[in-house]
Ligand binder design. Structure first.
Ligand code: 6DK
Ligand code: ZN
Length: 366
C-alpha cells in the first residue's frame, strides 16, 4: 500500500501562547503561566517517532500548501476570514478566547487546512492509496463564523468541499474518534446527506452543549449525523463494540466514496484532556476495521487527519498504530506502554446502553 504523509515544521511553530480558556494564567489568582494545552510537543514528537521508527521510509511524503481564500470561504463566513486575516500580523484569538495563535498563525492554519486538502487529493488522484495529514492547529470544532476549541479553520470540512470541486467527490464518511465532539464537521454538513458524520466522544465534555445522540441532522441531512456520547472510562472493548455494531454497519449502509478519520488521540488511556482508555492496540484495531470498510466500499480510499492528543509520550505511539494500519505494515513497532489489560477495558453495561441507542438510528442511513 502506498501511503501519503503530510507534515510540516511550521505546524510546530503555531504558537498558542500560555494557558487560555478554562485556565487563563493569572498570578493574582494563583494561576501560574503554563503552556497552552494545545502545545506543539505531542505532534512534533509524533512526527519524530514516525521518522525514528523507520515508518517514514515506507511513506510517500506529501508537501502541504496553504488553503486559498476560496477554499476557506466554502466553509467559513467572509467576516470570519476577514477577521482572521486582519489578525495574522499581530496574532490573536480565532473566536472563543481559548483558540490563540501567534504572528503568522493564520498562515499556519491555512497550511493545516491545505495539508488536509493535499492528503485527500493525493488519494483521489490515486497518487497514493491511503494518506495521513499530521496537521496543527486541529480543525473539528471550528464553525463557519468562528474558531473554537483550539481549532482555527475547519480542516476536514474544507478538504471535503475542495474535493467536491476538483474531483466531483460525492459521498464522504467522517469517523471522529477524538475524545471531544466533532461539532464543526457536523455543523458544516448538518443538512447534507452526502456527508455521513459519525462522532464518538466523551459524553457532554466539549463542547458541553453538543454531541447528543438526538442531534441527527436536518432536512435532507436527517439521519446522516450519528453521535455516540460514551461514558468516561470507555476503553478498547467499548470502542471496538461501538465500531462493530454502529460505525461499520453505518458505513456499510452509506457506501462512501471516501472515508476520513478525524484522528484524535485524547481518547487514549493516558491523555490529560480526556477520560477514556484506548491504547495503541485499540487504535490499531479501530483503524483496521475502517481500512477494511474502505476496501469494501471505495477502493481502499481512506485518509486520516490529525485532531487532538496531548500526552507528549503516549500520543506518538497511538498515532504510529493508526499510521501503520493505513500503510498496511505487518510487523508493527511495539508500544512500550502496557495498558492493554487495565480493568474494565472490556465493554461495560453503561457503555453498551449508548451503543444500543445508536443502533436504532442506523435505519435512517440510506
Ligand atoms: N474550552 C480537540 O482536542 C480540542 O478536540 C479540545 C478542546 C477542549 C477545550 C477546553 C477549553 C474553553 C475555551 C475557551 C473558553 C471557554 C472554554 F480540536 C482538538 F484539538 F482536536 O479550554
Ligand atoms: Zn479533542
Amino acid at each position: 500500500v502506498a501511503t501519503g504523509y503530510v507534515y510540516h515544521e511550521l505546524y510546530g511553530w503555531h504558537d498558542t501562547g500560555t494557558q487560555a480558556g478554562f485556565f487563563p494564567a493569572d498570578p493574582r489568582r494563583g494561576l501560574q503561566p503554563f503552556h497552552h494545552f494545545e502545545y506543539s510537543e505531542s505532534k512534533r514528537r509524533a512526527h519524530e517517532l514516525v521518522v525514528v521508527s523507520g515508518l517514514i521510509d515506507r511513506l510517500t511524503r506529501l508537501a502541504p500548501r496553504p488553503a486559498t481564500d476560496e477554499e476557506i470561504l466554502a466553509v467559513h463566513t467572509p467576516a470570519q476570514l476577514e477577521r482572521l486575516v486582519g489578525l495574522n500580523d499581530t496574532g490573536g484569538d480565532a473566536g472563543d478566547g481559548g483558540t490563540k495563535f501567534g504572528v503568522g498563525g493564520v498562515d499556519i492554519a491555512r497550511l493545516a487546512a491545505g495539508g488536509a486538502i493535499t492528503a485527500v487529493q493525493a488519494v483521489l488522484d490515486s497518487a497514493v492509496d491511503t494518506a495521513y495529514a499530521l496537521v496543527r492547529p486541529p480543525g473539528h470544532h471550528a464553525v463557519a463564523e468562528q474558531g473554537m476549541g483550539f481549532c482555527v479553520l475547519a480542516n476536514i470540512a474544507i478538504a471535503i468541499k475542495a474535493a467536491r470541486e476538483t474531483h466531483g467527490l460525492e459521498r464522504v464518511a467522517v469517523v471522529d474518534f477524538d475524545v471531544h465532539h466533532g461539532n464543526g464537521t457536523q455543523a458544516a454538513f448538518y443538512a447534507d446527506p452526502t456527508v455521513l458524520k459519525i462522532s464518538l466522544h466523551q459524553d457532554r465534555f466539549f463542547p458541553g452543549n453538543s454531541g447528543f445522540s438526538t442531534e441527527r441532522g436536518e432536512g435532507a441531512g436527517f439521519g446522516y449525523t450519528l453521535n455516540l456520547p460514551l461514558p468516561p472510562g470507555t476503553g478498547n472493548g467499548g470502542y471496538q463494540e461501538a465500531f462493530k455494531r454502529v460505525v461499520i454497519p453505518a458505513l456499510d449502509r452509506f457506501h462512501p466514496d471516501l472515508i476520513i478519520i478525524a484522528a484524535g488521540y485524547d481518547s487514549s488511556a493516558l491523555d490529560p484532556l480526556g477520560r477514556m482508555m484506548i491504547t495503541p492496540k485499540g487504535y490499531r484495531a479501530l483503524t483496521s476495521m475502517l481500512v477494511e470498510a474502505a476496501g469494501r466500499h471505495c477502493g481502499g480510499r481512506i485518509v486520516g487527519v490529525h485532531e487532538g492528543g496531548y500526552n507528549e509520550s503516549y500520543t506518538p505511539f497511538c498515532l504510529l498504530a493508526v499510521l501503520e494500519e493505513l500503510a498496511g505494515v505487518e510487523e508493527p513497532f511495539p508500544s512500550p506502554f502496557g495498558l492493554d489489560n487495565l480493568g474494565q477495558q472490556e465493554l461495560q453495561p453503561h457503555q453498551e446502553k449508548v451503543i444500543k441507542e445508536a443502533e436504532k438510528l442506523l435505519k435512517d442511513i440510506h
